[in-house]
Design a protein around this ligand. Sequence first.
Ligand SMILES: *[C@@H]1O[C@H](CO)[C@@H](O)[C@H](O)[C@H]1NC(C)=O
Ligand SMILES: *[C@@H]1O[C@H](CO)[C@@H](O)[C@H](O)[C@H]1NC(C)=O
Ligand SMILES: *[C@@H]1O[C@H](CO)[C@@H](O)[C@H](O)[C@H]1NC(C)=O
Ligand SMILES: *[C@@H]1O[C@H](CO)[C@@H](O)[C@H](O)[C@H]1NC(C)=O
Ligand SMILES: *[C@@H]1O[C@H](CO)[C@@H](O)[C@H](O)[C@H]1NC(C)=O
Length: 716
Amino acid sequence: MRDRPGNYVRDLQIRLTMLGTVVASLGVGVAASVMFVYDVITLPIYTILQKPWVRIKKAKKIRAKEVPGSVCRYRNYDDPIGFQVTMKREKLDTVEKIVRYAVKQHGDKKGFGTRAILSEENETQPNGKVFKKFVMGDYQWTSYVQFAARADAFGRALLAEGVKPGGRVCIFAETRQEWLEAAVGAFTQNVTVVTLYATLGEDAVAHGINETEVAHVITTHSLMPKVKTILNNCSKVSHVIYMEDQLEKTDTSGVKSGVKVIPFADMLKKGHDAKFEAHPPTSDDIAIIMYTSGSTGTPKGVMVSHYNMVSTMTGFAVALVPSPEDVYLGYLPLAHVLELMAELCAVMFGVPIGYSSPLTLMDKSSKIKRGCQGDCSVLRPTLMAAVPMILDRVAQGIKEQMHSAGRLAQGLFNWFVMYRNWWRRRGFSTPILHSLVFSRIAGLLGGRVRAMVSGGAPLSEVTHDLIRSCIGCSVMQGYGLTETTSCASLMDEYDVAVGRVGHPVSCCDVQLSDWEEGGYKVTDQPHPRGEIVVGDSQEKTKEEFFESDGRRWFRTGDIGLIYPNGTIKIVDRKKDLVKLQAGEYVSLGRVETILSTSPFVDNMFVYGESSKNFVVAVVVANAKQLGLLAKEVLGSEAEGKSHEQLCKEERLEEEVQKRLVKQARHGRLEKAEIPARVALTSVSWSPDNNLVTAAYKLKRKELSNYYKDDLERLYK
Ligand SMILES: *[C@@H]1O[C@H](CO)[C@@H](O)[C@H](O)[C@H]1NC(C)=O
Ligand SMILES: *[C@@H]1O[C@H](CO)[C@@H](O)[C@H](O)[C@H]1NC(C)=O
Ligand SMILES: *[C@@H]1O[C@H](CO)[C@@H](O)[C@H](O)[C@H]1NC(C)=O
Ligand SMILES: *[C@@H]1O[C@H](CO)[C@@H](O)[C@H](O)[C@H]1NC(C)=O
Ligand SMILES: *[C@@H]1O[C@H](CO)[C@@H](O)[C@H](O)[C@H]1NC(C)=O
């Protein structure tokens, strides 16, 4: 070979890479030895200070037992703890009573915070585009007493505007303090709240409003344009109440004639002077009709009674012992039961709630002006709820940063993560390592987060471990459905497992039942497996519920496995299962969860046809990673190509598929489960283009229609 500069550079690169690897391993080796010495010296001190046996004992506890005489029915037999006893004694059986009790307990303490938006500025990006960014001030706090006064006033104003006690109103709004005030206000008058996700498509919203026949729609400034269109299709709506924007005046022109438009503040004023008595609900009354956008077809409304809400809260709140320093960050959609339950628990315990939104959450969030602080940095929350999609993004960000910091840093970092997890499982925390290595990452969320609840979809094990060790908090995965009011099982603070969804909470039983077709049986060894059936003692008239020995049961469609200590693992989903030609079953959801941790993947959809013997996938490619890969694979050909054009490159598709194979081996997928061909797409999936639900679950039918041509090509 001729001696060209190119060859020389490549050769040098290879040598440097090898050298890098050696240095990195040496570096990790040195660090490991130093840490070993350090461990030996500090172990006795840590043992005395941290009393790991306490945590170990709590972690080893049996969490649920099989109900005697049943087949695979598990129940939580924990004795009721302090607040559960209180709730029983004080007969707190509706959300309204709980809020009243909380107000009595916490009075003038600060309870609800909203951040002031001072101004909006134009910020020019490096690429020349101009984005509008907020200049934001501090949190402004409302006390519990003030909150209750506002909620009561809102409830009375509803009656003044023609809502009947026992009637319904609809809240179609983003998460903010007024959302909760409006909902609690409605409860004081026994008014049922119909909740709709702010991200729901117009048709779905119209359907929800239509089906529940509400006349009063409560919305926000930013959703007004959407509401105006929807009104044309909802003949029954007579009133629109909107929560104002801090900066802009709301444009109310163009609202269908005959519909009264009222600002939220005017409602409070009106309610303040109105003389209406409260009509508190009873525990059997319906608190909420929640529209979940099912992964197929139109969304369906699920009725949730006050009893359901309260019993879920009692089960839910056991997972964590609140402390006086706690602050809760509220930013997930309140139309999601998980967030609503978490916020109501925070109210019950007197934990202040600071409101935020995905656009202003962190310093780097899209609406925060460069150099300004995001909500997390200002609020410094200790508790929050999360959905796997958000945690995956955080994890992705951490990995990218480590990747760019070089091989040595990456090697050390991975080792520190392992080290930390190793000690955590043995009941130790690692405060010095935290402040030296992880505090900057934890600082992204304000630096004080001590616990998160994750729900809504399965959380990948890699992400779970990474978040737990980098942020230094417990990440409690829960499992449930709106039909069971969000929570059937939940991990507690001391549970250090990954890939499990905790144990049944005190308000419901979890039972497994055989699913022959999928090959899951309660007699499976070493642990019973089967469809998860959740027991609910409430009246329900839905067909999904069936009666058995006086209790009502709900078939979830999810396949679970129960360990002897009462911990549940979700192993499959009935709907997500395809049977390939050779008779193998592939769980599409599981494959997606595992492969989504690849840096190339922003989102993905695995598809299997039962007439074929392999599965294929459509990947929403990560623009940054794909760009890097393109440089590597295509060389100079990649120059000047847009992300969209790169996604059409077959060579890149093949390359990404190879990377996914590696990821799949890592996640121990079977051969038939690994997508044999992959198509790349630059379209990001959102509820707006109807490819995912408002909770960002894949809509398989819509996706396979949308990518019909691609799927056919992949199967050729
Ligand atoms: C930002 O730019 C828009 C036009 O793009 C202009 O109307 C607006 O006044 C600008 N705002 C500020 C604060 O400069
Ligand atoms: C609350 O309203 C429902 C109708 O939505 C009604 O059946 C129930 O009796 C009311 N409860 C009370 C305590 O008035
Ligand atoms: C709403 O209901 C009316 C009849 O009650 C029906 O004609 C209309 O098509 C419905 N609209 C939607 C969007 O469901
Ligand atoms: C109602 O919605 C449907 C579907 O979006 C649309 O085709 C129809 O024109 C709407 N009806 C009215 C009265 O706006
Ligand atoms: C329960 O047992 C399983 C399997 O042995 C284990 O992985 C898990 O960590 C245990 N959970 C708890 C909370 O002890």
